[in-house]
Design a protein around this ligand. Structure first.
Ligand SMILES: [Zn+2]
Length: 159
């Protein structure tokens, strides 16, 4: 068992919650799995907009996905497993191996978003690296990143 409060998470918000209660932007531990040798896989929700009220357009979702993929790989090369879009277009699923500290994850996320604002191109956006390379927009993704950063102080309040 893992003491999620020692990792900085509110134990009452781990797992699936009524989506009507969810605040955004927020960072929330969705689940974790402990292996027989003690390794842990953590699934974290990077919620960007409030469910059933606001949706991130697919172009910004796509470009931000590329930045998050590049950034989490670079900052947490040993721990990063994957990042994926929520089909509802309100956030991302982040999967990490043996890194579940809330503040560490938020700090890396913050660093990546700050880099988005100063970026000159979307990573992996060439025809050789992306399955829909025309569907990117740096400027709109930068606006989205600054909106998420404006709420940095309240990311950990998920309900
Ligand atoms: Zn792509």
């Amino acid at each position: 068992m893992i003491e999620v409060s020692q990792l900085g998470w509110d134990p009452g918000t781990v797992g699936e919650l009524d989506h009507q209660r969810l605040k955004a932007p927020s960072v929330k531990l969705r689940s974790y799995s402990v292996g027989t040798k003690g390794d842990v896989v953590y699934c974290v929700d990077l919620r960007i907009s409030k469910p059933n009220e606001e949706y991130v357009p697919i172009t910004e979702m796509h470009s931000l996905e590329h930045f998050l993929l590049e950034g989490f790989q670079r900052y947490l090369p040993v721990n990063f497993i994957s990042i994926g879009l929520m089909g509802c277009q309100t956030g991302f699923y982040l999967v990490l191996f043996n890194e579940g500290r809330a503040e560490k994850i938020c700090q890396v996320y913050e660093n990546i978003l700050r880099e988005v604002i100063n970026a000159h191109l979307v990573p992996y956006a060439s025809i050789a690296e992306c399955g829909n390379y025309r569907n990117h927009n740096l400027e709109l993704t930068q606006q989205l990143a600054s909106k998420i950063l404006q709420a940095r102080a309240s990311w950990r309040q998920v309900v």
